[in-house]
Design a protein around this ligand. Structure first.
Ligand code: GLU
Length: 429
C-alpha cells in the first residue's frame, strides 16, 4: 500500500452551491433530451421540478431528555406512469435542492428499466453516526408520521438510500402499518426478508453495476479477469461491488470511505476489509498508510467506480482520470463539464441513472411480491434483474451510438420519454 497518509475530511458532503448545481445540471440534460426528442417547451416546464415537495419538522426526544427538531423532505417528481418511488437518505448535508434532483433521477431510472413508477425521494438532515439506535427508531417513525398523508403502497413507496438500511425500513413499515390499521408491507422496500423483503435487494445496486461493468467491458474489449478496478466508497453499493468484482477475477486495487482510501497495485484483500467495515462503510481508519480520495480517483486502472456521493469527478480532475471505463454507482458523482471531458477523451462513462438502477429494479420486484403475497427464489430475482439490466444497457448504448451522444444524454432520452408520453395520454399536456 502507498505510504501517503491523509485523513480526509468527510467526503460525503458538498456545499449548498454544489447541490443547487446538481438540480441545475439535471434540468439542463432533461432539456437537451426533450429537445432531441422534439417535445415542445411545456414538457420541460412540467418535468423540470417535482410535482410535489413536502417539508416536515420532526420533534424527537433524545436519549438525554432534550428535544431536537429535525427537518425532513419528501419530493414526488412525476406520477403519470405510476406511484412515485425512491429512497430516503439520512445525512447532515441533505438539502431541498438535492432531494428534488434525486427525485428526478428516480423518474429517469424507472423509465430506463421500464418499471411502472415515477420518481420520488426523501431525506432527513441528521447524522445517524452520532445517534443511538433508539433515537434513530424515533426519528424513522416520526418521519413516517409526518409524511404519511402523501405516501402509501399505491401513492409513493420509499426505500433505503445513503445511511438508511433494512432496520430503518422495518420501523417505517411498522409505523405506517399502525397508521393504516393494516399490515402494509408494500408501503416500503428494502425490508428485512422476514418482513416481506426480497432476496437480492440488499446487493441489488451492486449487482446492477456489475452487469453494467461487464457489458461496458465487452464494448471496450477489456477482459474482466485481471482487470484493475478502483471503487470509491465502501457503503452498500461499494462494498458489495468490490466483492463481486473480486469474485469475478478482477483485481480491486483501490477502495475508499469518507476518511481516506487504500491502494495496493497487487489487489486488496477484499474479504478482510468487508469483515472489518462498520455499518456505515468505514474501514480505512484502521490503517495508517492511506491515500486521499482525490488520489484514489486518479489511480492508473481499467475501471473506475464512484460509489460514494455527488460531485467527485469535476473539471478539475477529469483530465487526470486514467480509467478506460467509468461506471457511476453513486448518484451524481460526475459533473456535466467532467462528463464532456471524459467523453472527449474516449472514456466510456456509464451514467448513474442506468448503472445504479438495479436497486430500484429489485425494489419493484419486492413490491410485486408483497402485492401478490408470493415470494421468489434468489435465482429468480437474479435472472430477472440480469435481463432488465442487459436490455437497458444495450438500449442506451445503442441510442448513444446512433445519435452520436454520450451515454448520459442517451439515458435521459430513454428515461424521460415514457414520462412525457404518459403525461400526454393523461391529458396533462
Ligand atoms: N435509493 C436507491 C436509489 O437511489 C433505491 C431506490 C428504491 O429502491 O426505490 O436508486
Amino acid at each position: 500500500m502507498s505510504t501517503n497518509s491523509v485523513l480526509e475530511k468527510e467526503a460525503a458532503t458538498g456545499t449548498n452551491e454544489e447541490k443547487n448545481n446538481i438540480l441545475r445540471s439535471t434540468q439542463t440534460v432533461i432539456h437537451q433530451a426533450l429537445d432531441k426528442l422534439k417535445y415542445p417547451e411545456e414538457f420541460y416546464e412540467l418535468l423540470k421540478e417535482p410535482l410535489r415537495m413536502l417539508t416536515v419538522k420532526i420533534p424527537i426526544r433524545m436519549d438525554d431528555g432534550t428535544v431536537k427538531i429535525f427537518t425532513g423532505y419528501r419530493a414526488q417528481h412525476n406520477d403519470a406512469v405510476g406511484p412515485t418511488k425512491g429512497g430516503i437518505r439520512f445525512h447532515p448535508e441533505v438539502t431541498e435542492e438535492e432531494v428534488k434532483a434525486l427525485s428526478i433521477w428516480m423518474s429517469l431510472k424507472c423509465g430506463i428499466v421500464d418499471i411502472p413508477y415515477g420518481g420520488g425521494k426523501g431525506g432527513i438532515i441528521c447524522d445517524p453516526r452520532e445517534m443511538s439506535f433508539r433515537e434513530l427508531e424515533r426519528l424513522s417513525r416520526g418521519y413516517v408520521r409526518a409524511i404519511s398523508q402523501i405516501v402509501g403502497p399505491t401513492k409513493d413507496i420509499p426505500a433505503p438510500d445513503v445511511f438508511t438500511n433494512s432496520q430503518i425500513m422495518a420501523w417505517m413499515m411498522d409505523e405506517f402499518s399502525r397508521i393504516d390499521e393494516f399490515n402494509s408491507p408494500g408501503f416500503i422496500t428494502g425490508k428485512p426478508l422476514v418482513l416481506g423483503g426480497s432476496h437480492g435487494r440488499e446487493s441489488a445496486t451492486a449487482s446492477g453495476v456489475t452487469i453494467c461493468i461487464r457489458e461496458a467491458a465487452k464494448k471496450k474489449g477489456i477482459n474482466l479477469e485481471g482487470a484493475r478496478v478502483v471503487v470509491q466508497g465502501f457503503g452498500n453499493a461499494g462494498s458489495y461491488l468490490s466483492k463481486f468484482m473480486h469474485d469475478a477475477g478482477a483485481k480491486v486495487i483501490g477502495i475508499s470511505d469518507a476518511y481516506g482510501a487504500l491502494y495496493d497495485p497487487n489487489g486488496l484483500d477484499i474479504d478482510y476489509l468487508l469483515d472489518r467495515r462498520d455499518s456505515f462503510g468505514t474501514v480505512t481508519k484502521m490503517f495508517s498508510n492511506t491515500i486521499s480520495n482525490k488520489e484514489l480517483l486518479e489511480l492508473d486502472c481499467d475501471i473506475l467506480v464512484p460509489a460514494a456521493i455527488e460531485n467527485q469527478i469535476t473539471e478539475e480532475n477529469a483530465h487526470n482520470i486514467r480509467a478506460s471505463i467509468v461506471v457511476e454507482a453513486a448518484n451524481g458523482p460526475t459533473t456535466l463539464e467532467a462528463t464532456r471531458i471524459l467523453t472527449d477523451r474516449g472514456i466510456l462513462l456509464v451514467p448513474d441513472v442506468l448503472a445504479s438502477a438495479g436497486g430500484v429494479t429489485v425494489s419493484y420486484f419486492e413490491w410485486v411480491q408483497n402485492n401478490q403475497g408470493y415470494y421468489w427464489a434468489e435465482e429468480e430475482v437474479a435472472e430477472k434483474l440480469e435481463k432488465v439490466m442487459v436490455k437497458s444497457f444495450n438500449k442506451i448504448y445503442d441510442t448513444s451510438q446512433n445519435h452520436m451522444i454520450d451515454m448520459r444524454l442517451a439515458a435521459y432520452m430513454v428515461g424521460v420519454r415514457r414520462m412525457a408520453e404518459a403525461s400526454r395520454f393523461r391529458g396533462w399536456i
